[in-house]
Design a protein around this ligand. Sequence first.
Ligand code: NAD
Ligand code: DAU
Length: 342
Amino acid sequence: MKNILVTGGAGFIGSAFARMMVTRYPEYNIIVYDKLTYAGNLDNLLPISDEPNYKFEQGDIAHRETVRRVLSDHAIDTVVNFAAESHVDRSIMGADAFMHTNSIGVYILLDEGRSHGLERFLQVSTDEVYGSLAVGEAVESSPLAPRNPYSAAKAGGELMVRAYHETHGMNTVITRGSNTFGPYQYPEKLLPFFITEAIEDKALPLYGDGMQVRDWLHVEDHVSGIDVALHKGAPGEIYNVAGEDLRHNIHVAHDMLARLGKPTTLLKHVPDREGHDLRYAMNCDKLRALGWKQAHTWETALEATVAWYRNNEWWWRKIKTGEYLEYYKRQYAARLAAAGDS
Ligand code: NAD
Ligand code: DAU
């Protein structure tokens, strides 16, 4: 492993992975390849932009010719694919981009990677492919049962990874991560959205009764888990990466507000997300057996995350303009109005 292509590396988790790899492994060259959609942001890569072992290429993972050129120009031996449309609410509004990137894009990367002779291909997937679990926790052999267009398209991508391993003998690994939070997360996802809105004393739209359960994981723990799977995972295997820390959304919001010193009256119950998955839960003994350990607890991770958004308004204030405001209007105006707020 020497020249690693980090696709989707200008997004939230991909950029955390790129920042970690550039400093942890000076002997590797890290090439970030990203289309720079609304969620891609070169500010996320500023901390490493002058490092000699980092480079950036703009492009779409579904664009075969550009993928081929970049694999060849940088003599890539390893691909770690973060590129995705990642927001469930947007996939409910329309799923074209989700199929394009999360399914077709993964296929193009695999197909070009195979022709190029890649040594290793890691696909970053999600606990959402298991669907909503009423009880218990998913292990890697649990059935796939995605329930929204985002997770169905991610499952499609994963199945093609498995097919390229089984059929063509590609050296692949899949990781399935749980709800991730931390610095540089686009402020459409629950925590960065609520933190940045609460700083401005705005109403926080909590879907339904707020009793949905998510398994929370700090982004640095997520990317250290991917690093372990990349270096130690067996070919063709799948590894869950989970906080194993289940919390109701309403309690997550209360904890966050307490740390910001804001009242819980900011929370407004609004009409629920369509087809809302009630509960995600995973077991990650398989990854722990390879030596992965979390560095953060919920308390330390939340404290650090709230402090980061408080101290880095330069980062999120310029995002919350233009396309973001359009999205906000489409997603929240009617919901907040139904809850008697706007
Ligand atoms: P993100 O939306 O912040 O970033 C996605 C990145 O992919 C952006 O930089 C975007 O520009 C890029 N991209 C999108 N389409 C592309 C294309 N066609 N070609 C090249 N680049 C493209 O997402 P994230 O939250 O950082 O998630 C990264 C990965 O981790 C995704 O695959 C997601 O499914 C998975 N995941 C996310 C979470 C989470 O809680 N955020 C949890 C588990 C797994
Ligand atoms: O579980 C892993 C997944 O976590 C990733 O694969 C996805 O890419 C990532 O977006 C995330 O999906 P969720 O749908 O769980 O995350 P989101 O932050 O959108 O929502 C978290 C919970 O909070 C969910 O139950 C919906 C709820 N919610 C969200 C928003 C944005 C609200 O109640 N109000 C909101 O405004």
